[in-house]
Ligand binder design. Structure first.
Ligand SMILES: Nc1ncnc2c1ncn2[C@@H]1O[C@H](COP(=O)(O)OP(=O)(O)O)[C@@H](O)[C@H]1O
Ligand SMILES: [Mg+2]
Length: 448
């Protein structure tokens, strides 16, 4: 193996003067390419960042007559470094299979990720300490290379490498400055992409949690609703069977039993229809929604539950409440969550007044408010500041997700939600949503 002093540089064989001129021209051309790169990175949407970066690796290599380039990313300081983007000139050696930089280039990777730039103009220039880089170059063969840490938001999130295989090449400091800027631009685009992806993951998680939560609350209340008519049907049919076996049909009584079994069957079918309606659309689908009708639908859905718990539900809808733009299924779920909580609070209070009032009314200009007011036990001081946090519950069988999910839906509709204790007893939960944009402006003007 060669043992050359690390500081030694090899003088170029050619004349200095024309080289310098050529270097300058290259730097100038590259500077304007980085300007274009900067504009492209500012424009590119998060979803297209990766393909855009890969195409720019190619443009950079072509501009600097290089052969191979790659970007490496690390998601967190304790995570391994991965190769995420590559470009190579046709006929140039591919990257080693299953290339894990930290395995093949342990010391070098550590140095780069600590923020140090490593360049060599020919293999003899690789510092002796970086034995792993020497071995790598001997085996895989770039003749010149620049490995540049990728900074974003004050930390190194990865690196970029640029290699030339066909010949050695110099890396003038000015050129390295521009290359460093290009890598920084890649870094901030990647960071932007990562934060968008992370946000999407959180939203997807919440949507899932919300569906699970809705299911469990619905199943609890609906199994009750369905069991009731089923029990009634069973007893009517049992009575009818008895009449028939006694050989004494008593047509009037038999008819009554059959009719009430039919009614109960219809009721059960109606409940099933409503459940299917609620779950029919799974994707977010925003339309103009009248909150009064929406609230009425939810109240119908839990009427059985209210009856069993002996709770009177009152709806007050202001005529001037405008429509909002939203996903009706998700908004129904918000109302359902707040109603079920109100029922629970009343059940816990075992008080004589058992009422829930749900109001839909304009709130400031351009907003509609929905408030659910109960005569329950009131908000427990232990959870008062954490109501909307996940897994906060005072109930034995509570999941502590209802309010979290409700808030996430309300906020994704541009609204707000809060809770206030009532002056006498119980609590009021209110959410507000911006009114939807008026579509038929011209019509309302004609009416004036
Ligand atoms: N209307 C209400 N009155 C009093 N406390 C309430 C009311 N609604 C919610 N809370 C409190 O907030 C907690 C969290 O509610 P939620 O997120 O829906 O979860 P869960 O209903 O599963 O407990 C409840 O356990 C309860 O202590
Ligand atoms: Mg709840």
């Amino acid at each position: 193996m060669q043992r050359r002093a690390t500081s030694a540089t090899i003088e170029p064989k050619r004349d200095r003067a024309p080289r310098v001129g050529r270097d300058r021209r290259e730097v100038k051309r590259f500077e304007s390419l980085v300007g274009e790169l900067s504009a492209a990175m500012a424009r590119v949407p998060a979803d297209a960042v990766d393909t855009e970066i890969e195409s720019w690796l190619g443009k950079i290599c072509q501009a600097l007559d290089l052969d191979r380039s790659a970007i490496y990313e690390r998601d967190a300081p304790d995570k391994p470094v991965r190769t995420t983007h590559t470009w190579r000139r046709p006929n140039m050696p591919p990257f080693p299979r299953n290339y894990v930089p930290e395995k093949l280039l342990r010391a070098t990777t550590k140095l780069v990720m600590a923020g140090k730039q490593i360049t060599f103009s020919h293999p003899g220039e690789i510092p002796v300490e970086l034995a792993d880089a020497r071995r790598f170059v001997e085996r895989w063969g770039p003749k010149a290379s620049a490995v540049i840490p990728m900074w974003a938001g004050g930390r190194v999130i990865g690196a970029a490498s640029f290699g030339k295989f066909r010949a050695a090449r110099q890396w003038p400091p000015e050129l390295l400055d521009h290359l460093g800027l290009a890598v920084r631009l890649f870094g901030s685009a990647i960071e932007r992409k990562q934060s968008v992806t992370a946000m999407r993951a959180v939203r997807a998680e919440l949507r899932l949690a919300s569906r699970r939560n809705m299911m469990s609350e619905l199943v609890a209340s609906l199994s009750h609703e369905i069991n009731q008519p089923l029990g009634a049907i069973l007893s009517n049919l049992g009575g009818l069977a008895r009449l028939l076996t006694q050989g004494n049909p008593q047509p009037a009584m038999a008819l009554e039993a059959v009719n009430s079994a039919i009614e109960d069957t219809k009721r059960t079918a109606e409940i099933v229809r409503r459940i299917r309606f609620m779950f029919k659309r799974h994707d977010e689908h925003k339309t103009a929604v009248g909150l009064g009708a929406l609230v009425a639908e939810v109240v119908k859905l839990i009427a059985g539950e209210a009856a069993v718990r002996r709770i009177a539900v009152q709806i007050e809808v202001s005529r001037s409440a405008q429509r909002v733009n939203g996903d009706p299924v998700q908004l129904q779920q918000c109302v359902l969550n707040l109603m079920m909580n109100a029922f629970d609070a009343i059940t816990e209070a075992t008080s004589d007044r058992r009422e829930v009032t749900i109001k839909v009314a304009p709130e400031k200009t351009g907003w509609v408010g929905v408030s659910v007011c109960d005569s329950g036990a009131g908000i427990a001081p232990a959870v008062a500041n954490r109501l909307f946090e996940p897994f906060v519950t005072t109930k034995n069988d509570g999941m502590g997700l209802g309010l979290l999910v409700t808030r996430s839906i309300v906020e994704s509709h541009g609204g707000r939600i809060w809770a206030t204790p009532n002056p006498d007893r119980g609590a009021t939960f209110t959410f507000t949503l911006p009114v939807g944009e008026r579509k038929r402006q011209s019509k309302s003007r004609r009416n004036e």
